[in-house]
Design a protein around this ligand. Structure first.
Ligand code: GMT
Length: 375
């Protein structure tokens, strides 16, 4: 099958998921065409079945806002026609679903039919998508998609609550390549981070407000009073400065390492003991699933799709948003005893297997097949 994948090429969960999906499909013999404004960060290996088409936006003095969506639709048209695509799979509704609708209509006028599948990822619905600036276009273009998927039951339900959607939304969960994350820790790396065998707490995100990274510092502050520990913060974003300030204020800066954006998450996760995700909302929590695949238990909030992956008392614990005390207590409970930690680690790894790439990718293929007569 010849599949066009449209996504954000950045470290965000939707881009990571879309890229991993494209790579997995290419490994299975499909021809995959990525259409984005930049090479996706996880597209870091050569594969003869993978093609990359850059969306270039022409600048012109008249344009205070260069029309990216128009350039994206035009690139889609070019790729659909010149590579005879069988379907377009767009990740994150804004502006990918409406750009795909436009491209579909343009090629239709030239006699080419192409199904469009839209995967909803989270903030494209619950945060940005519902904003009045975008909502009518988002709702229309979702309804015009030939198939719609959401990454959790919660996101499916939220989409029905927020928009008037007259089609089925199929749930296809985020996935992880369990074999990739099942790695032995690199001793030298662990020693650099925790020279005296301290427990390692980890968080990875885009440091947006919705992630509540400040809560992590407060939780770490409480844990560190009781258990010798270090905090590794992976990623970067708008809240980074304020998080650093808080670390200094609480006098834990020397126990915290900001390692910035990282591609080799499997090596970092291999040395971690606990993953913290105290988000305000999380449609699924792909970063947490990757952690669990590496055998790292999860302390999270109980919002969005997180209850669909985190089993309290087994793979970790869940608390209300902002309940730092509860999250700290749970973290201490897991970390203070070697045997307890070992049990939680094993459970986390076992739970991640339910979301393995080999289970979930065939669900996308089955969906494609329903809309494609080419196989
Ligand atoms: O988490 C982010 O802010 C990035 C965002 C994205 O779309 O790039 O992630 C969303 O999609 C991921 C992949 O489906 C989900 O695992 C994340 O939970 C979701 N983030 C939110 O809902 C906040």
């Amino acid at each position: 099958m010849r599949i066009g994948i449209v996504c954000y090429p950045t470290f965000g969960g939707s881009g990571v998921l879309a890229t991993e999906l494209g790579k997995a499909l290419a490994d299975k013999g499909h021809q995959v065409h990525f259409i984005t404004y930049q090479q996706p960060v996880r597209l870091n290996e050569f594969n003869a079945n993978i093609f990359y088409h850059e969306v270039r936006v022409t600048t012109y003095p008249l344009f205070d806002y260069p029309p990216y969506e128009t350039a994206l639709s035009s690139t889609m048209v070019d790729v659909i026609l010149n590579h005879n695509l069988d379907l377009l799979h767009v990740h994150y509704a804004i502006p990918h679903a409406s750009a795909a609708y436009m491209a579909k209509k343009i090629v239709e006028a030239q006699g080419k039919k192409i199904p469009v599948i839209t995967t909803l990822h989270g903030t494209d619905i619950t945060l940005v998508g519902r904003d009045k600036t975008f909502a009518p276009v988002v709702a229309f273009s979702i309804n015009q998609s030939d198939a719609i998927t959401a990454v959790s039951k919660n996101l499916r339900d939220e989409t029905y609550n927020i928009f008037s959607i007259n089609k089925d939304i199929e749930v296809i969960y985020n996935f992880v390549d369990v074999s990739r994350f099942n790695k032995k820790p690199i001793d030298a790396f662990r020693k650099v981070i925790a020279p005296n065998g301290e427990r390692i707490l980890l968080h990875a995100s885009n440091f947006r407000k919705i992630k509540r990274v400040q809560d992590i510092v407060h939780i770490f502050y409480e844990v560190n009073k009781k258990i010798p520990s270090k905090l590794l913060l992976v990623g970067d974003g708008p809240e980074r400065r304020s998080v650093e300030d808080l670390c200094r204020e609480l006098n834990v800066y020397n126990e915290v390492r900001f390692v910035g954006k990282q591609e080799q998450m499997e090596d970092i996760l291999a040395v971690a003991d606990l993953f913290l995700l105290p988000s305000e909302y999380e449609s699924f929590g792909l970063a947490a699933l990757e952690a669990m695949a590496a055998g790292v238990p999860l302390i999270s909030t109980n919002v969005g799709g997180l209850p669909e992956i985190n089993i309290p008392g087994e793979t970790g614990y869940m608390s209300n948003v902002g309940d730092i005390q509860s999250m700290s207590n749970h973290a201490i409970e897991i970390l203070q005893d070697d045997e307890v930690l070992k049990r939680f680690k094993a459970n986390a790894a076992a739970q991640a297997k339910k979301f393995d790439i080999h289970t979930i990718v065939p669900q996308y293929e089955a969906l494609y097949n329903r809309f494609c007569k080419c196989l």
